[in-house]
Design a protein around this ligand. Sequence first.
Ligand SMILES: NC(=O)c1ccc[n+]([C@@H]2O[C@H](COP(=O)([O-])OP(=O)(O)OC[C@H]3O[C@@H](n4cnc5c(N)ncnc54)[C@H](O)[C@@H]3O)[C@@H](O)[C@H]2O)c1
Length: 362
Amino acid sequence: MDRKIRAAIIGTGGISGVHMAGYKALPNVEIAAVCDIDVPKAKAYAEKHGVGCDHVYESYDEMLKKEDIDCVSVCTWNAAHAPATIAALNAGKHVICEKPMALNQVQAQEMLDAAKKNDRILMIGFVRRYGNDCRVVKDFIDSGAVGDIYYAKATYLRRHGCPGGWFGDKRYSGGGPLIDLGVHVIDLSRYLMGNPTPVSAFGATFHKLGNRPHLKSTTKEWVATAQDPRFGFSVEDLATAMVRFDNGAVLSVECSFDLNIKKGVGDVELFGTKAGIKLSPDVEITTEMNDYMVDIAPYGETKLSFEGLFESEMAHFVQCVESDLNGARIECRSPGEDGVTIMKILDAIYESAATGHEALIR
Ligand SMILES: NC(=O)c1ccc[n+]([C@@H]2O[C@H](COP(=O)([O-])OP(=O)(O)OC[C@H]3O[C@@H](n4cnc5c(N)ncnc54)[C@H](O)[C@@H]3O)[C@@H](O)[C@H]2O)c1
């Protein structure tokens, strides 16, 4: 291509920083415009990143109308993912939307429909798919070393760690640790299991500890951020579930913002007919060798590294966009279709938690 790819960012908060850094690391991308309903914040962000003040917008509709853009990062709070993404797709832009894809599967399906109708790329920010640990584990699984995976565990437990603000307000977030943290490990587990189709979920959510703003911090582990009077706290503090897939495999899920557990845990464990394999803290394989049960660790660094993690995700998105502009689109590694499936799982867990019965996924 003889020109740079022109990208824009909607939502200039925390995560937009890694989208910006990812774009800036690539010589074939320029940031055309940024947008946030908080205009002073967007202006300061634009200045920091060298985006001209004429290219700062309060409204993404106006930005999409005025700016010559190839692709858009949607980095807003969850409630704005669907409307911003659909507007960008309808304006003919390719989109990377942060996780969770939307507030629910209905919105997620509308986003996917808009991508299909406009023949645009819709990638979801399932960043764990781009991790060094995921790469090693997927390699073992793809080679057949783990055998058939029939059980998996997706765990993301914080002792005390709602990010605060809108994350705790269901109207903006859609839910608590399940939709915010669980989404990462549920997607990673399903991806490593070979993306089986979910058929049902049995889940439970709890509102027992709340946000515990009175707790004093004595640790570097996640702690709640300052309260924001604009937002309430209306999300679960713990969610747990069993998800069943059409191949008979089952995924157990546990995630919390607040739980009386000694230490937070983040892990994905997969159990196959030939071996078990876990990702954290380092990749480890449990299997049999010479009629002994053995635990094996690959030599070298396999702990999830954040160095280059988001950059790999953003580089893949830009590669997808470039391939489209060059007329030969490559396959997206975290497509909107998988985002919809994950939203179906999350909806079913919340539905089951509300009814007390298993929820079917169609
Ligand atoms: N992939 C990851 O590991 C990861 C990590 C953190 C956050 N996230 C996701 O990124 C998203 C943003 O999280 P954050 O921590 O950056 O939140 P944040 O609160 O720091 O930033 C969100 C920004 O969106 C803006 N916004 C809201 N509605 C808007 C609209 N209609 N138009 C323009 N701007 C709008 C807000 O004003 C705010 O500045 C969330 O969906 C979150 O789940 C992903």
